[in-house]
Design a protein around this ligand. Structure first.
Ligand SMILES: *[C@@H]1O[C@H](CO)[C@@H](O)[C@H](O)[C@H]1NC(C)=O
Ligand SMILES: *[C@@H]1O[C@H](CO)[C@@H](O)[C@H](O)[C@H]1NC(C)=O
Length: 403
């Protein structure tokens, strides 16, 4: 928006027509901030280290060394091994701040260091680096773009004396892409203190295209089993088809209004896995579904249960006995604070660690890159995206400290 309006202003300014004069918008887009090399080097190191959930040891160690070298007090918070954790390679959250071990930071700046599979190597466009230079690789967006830009943002503020190092803590957690066990361990550790430790604000980093999120949808994650009675396919009335029951139930779930809200739109359902039966000529005895709903209603603690009850009513109406319905976890929409001057705002449909961290802190959600490519083969962002995020995080940190 801003460069477009500058370009429009230039079109009206007589001196803009001078052939010698570089248009201002070009100058802006080629201007390299002093921290560019540090930022790109850090981002490259992070993306180059494979850290698929469970295997976060190496990237954690890298961050510990990197932050300790820059004068941070660094604390490791160990998290239980998960699927994919190699023997002898413990995984841990990294906590870092400037100041003594007893510092009491007011604001936490946090993202995650695990990524989804498969590993995709780091790559950067050839040629002279500009704001348009594209960087790709697994985690380049989600969320090592956030991790690198958060660190550089805080470094710059500390160097300029704009914040006190004791006021801000960096928190980089494991396990966000699977169960959120890293953030859960951090949250539990706060509540285990006497009195429970609290923060004024937490800034979460996830890809929001450098827009400040007003919130994200909730989620509900479930398994459904239908039990039938097997028999010869020529005599369907002698058996009971689990597949037929499941098809009817899922069709009804898709067609039912599971709740909506003005900010988050409709609750949607993804039937992500659908199995059933054994052969064409056998009445199926068992059918199985895994589904994920994106919940557009609140409140945060109850919205998931409301959707679960609506689904349960559908199963009960179709067959009171055939279905087993189990949801491992659920929550309603999650609101974050987007009332900060100078940001475009957005709402997003994905889950984050935001609801896992308990407490009454103000929550912000912001980061570089586009979620639509984040878990795919085309994951990428530009140098300009990263640099805008450094500035965005600086604004957010200063804003949070002023409240
Ligand atoms: C939300 O669902 C209603 C029906 O319940 C439908 O009319 C509407 O188009 C849906 N909105 C979107 C954005 O999909
Ligand atoms: C890079 O990401 C953008 C989304 O930000 C996407 O539209 C584009 O196709 C991606 N490009 C490549 C080469 O993967």
């Amino acid at each position: 928006m801003r460069s477009a309006s500058i370009a429009a202003a230039l079109a009206l300014a007589p001196w803009a027509l001078c052939a010698q004069q570089q248009p201002l918008s070009n100058q802006l887009s080629t201007h390299a901030p002093a921290y560019r090399d540090e930022l790109l080097g850090l981002h490259k190191s992070l993306v180059s280290i494979e850290s698929i959930t469970g295997n976060e040891n190496e990237v954690g160690n890298f961050l510990v060394d990197y932050l300790a070298e820059r004068g941070y007090t660094v604390d490791l918070q160990f998290v239980a091994p998960s699927h994919g954790t190699p023997e002898g390679r413990p995984r841990f959250n990294v906590l870092a701040w400037h100041g003594g071990p007893r510092a009491n930071p007011r604001v936490v700046v946090s993202s995650h260091i695990d990524v989804v599979p498969p590993y995709i190597p780091y790559g950067i466009d050839h040629g002279k680096v500009s704001k348009d230079t594209m960087i790709k690789g697994r985690g380049s967006v989600d969320a090592k773009g956030a991790v690198a830009t958060m660190i550089v943002a805080l470094d710059q503020l500390l160097a300029a004396g704009e914040v006190s190092g004791e006021d801000v803590m960096l928190l980089f957690v494991v396990g966000e892409e699977a169960t959120g066990d890293g953030m859960r361990a951090f949250s539990d550790s706060l509540n285990g203190m006497d009195p429970p430790r609290r923060f004024e604000a937490v800034i979460f980093g996830e890809p929001t295209e450098n827009k400040l999120a007003c919130g994200h949808k909730g989620g509900l994650f479930c398994e459904v089993t239908a039990r039938g009675v097997p028999g010869h396919s020529g005599y369907p009335w002698l058996g009971k088809s689990a597949n037929e029951l499941m098809v009817r139930a899922m069709a009804r779930i898709i067609d039912t209004d599971l709740g909506s809200s003005p900010l988050f739109g409709n609750t949607t359902v993804n039937i992500g896995r659908f199995d059933g039966g054994v052969a064409a000529n056998v009445i199926p005895e068992r059918a199985f579904v895994e589904l994920a709903a994106r919940v557009a209603i609140g409140p945060e603690a109850e919205g998931g249960k409301v959707v679960q009850r609506k689904m349960q009513a559908i199963f009960d109406a179709i067959d009171h006995e055939a279905f087993t319905f189990y949801c491992s976890h659920g929550y309603g929409f999650v609101e974050t604070n987007c009332d900060v001057p100078g940001f475009e705002t957005v709402v997003v449909n994905y889950g984050t660690d935001v609801p896992i961290l308990k407490g009454d802190h103000t929550r912000y959600l912001y980061g570089p890159g586009n979620i639509l490519v984040a878990h795919g083969a085309r994951e990428n962002l530009t140098v300009g995206d990263l640099e805008t995020a450094v500035e965005g995080y600086q604004k957010l940190i200063l804003h949070a400290l002023k409240q």
